[in-house]
Write a protein that binds this ligand. Structure first.
Ligand code: MF3
Ligand code: CO
Length: 250
């Protein structure tokens, strides 16, 4: 069941997502060669507490960190570590969420460390473009499959592949609400989209196969072929005036 939000609730989700967007921007500015993903995790947590919010991921199903930091062939749920030193040419996906006054925000960006390869840059650009193609379809009167199909078409036209095993989600009083939002699907199918829905759309895109594996740590998801992966996510409200991206700095 998809929970519809009132304008007052959307304002609260907007506030949470603004915090997420501000913190992701600070993390991006700090993500340089020599910095560890452990450093970024601690920074995310202190910035969150400074704003009177709570890190949404810490403790979620036992996840032990505030930030997910997935480097290169890591797709999602990369666990920050003081031993993981970022180096020139790395791609790091930073996925972050907060709970502020009972409402959640969630977003992700992929950041280039120093100078990355042309292929890596192309992967990042395609993933972000796929996210925006999906967001464009997030309007009342459309169906969920319109979002999914738009993401998939954009990504596959560029010769990249869409991860199947992890999906986007509704967001509000919970980090993960219905509906699940696959990044592949069929136009015209699925849940009817309505004003008041808030959706976290989050394509994970691979340069090679879409197949993934979970490491022994029980969290880190990596590409099956070891090739690069990227991830972008926004929380988006469906309004009478179309999609509003809540996790943007403005
Ligand atoms: N950002 C992820 C999502 O959008 C949540 C990470 S799950 C956690 O679904 F357990 F690591 F928090
Ligand atoms: Co999410």
């Amino acid at each position: 069941m998809v929970i519809l939000k009132s304008p007052e609730e959307i304002e609260k989700i907007r506030k949470s997502n603004r915090i997420v967007a501000e913190i992701l921007a600070e993390l991006k500015a700090h993500a340089k060669p020599g910095v560890t993903t452990g450093d970024l995790d601690r920074l995310s947590e202190s910035l969150t507490h400074r704003r009177g919010a709570r890190p949404a991921f810490k403790g979620y199903r036992g996840y032990p960190y505030s930030l997910c930091a997935s480097v290169n062939q890591e797709v999602v749920h990369g666990m920050p570590s003081d031993g993981r030193v970022l180096k020139d040419g790395d791609l790091v996906s930073l996925d972050f969420g907060v709970d502020y006054q009972g409402y959640f925000g969630d977003a992700a960006i992929t950041v280039a460390i120093g100078q990355v390869s042309r292929e890596a840059r192309r992967l990042m650009d395609v993933t972000e473009a796929g996210l925006y193609e999906g967001i464009r379809e997030a309007r009342a009167g459309n169906r969920l499959g319109d979002i999914s199909a738009a993401v998939q078409a954009c990504v596959e036209a560029a010769g990249c592949s869409v991860v199947r095993d992890y999906v986007g989600h509704g967001i509000g009083r919970e980090l993960h609400e219905d509906p699940q939002i696959p990044n592949y699907g069929v136009k015209g199918r699925g849940v009817a989209l309505k004003a008041g829905m808030v959706l976290a759309i989050e394509p994970m895109v691979n340069l090679g196969t879409y197949r993934v594996q979970v490491l022994e740590d029980g969290w880190t998801v990596v590409t099956a072929d070891g090739k690069l992966s990227a991830h972008f996510e926004h929380s988006v409200a469906i309004t009478d005036r179309g999609p509003e991206i809540l996790s943007l700095l403005r």
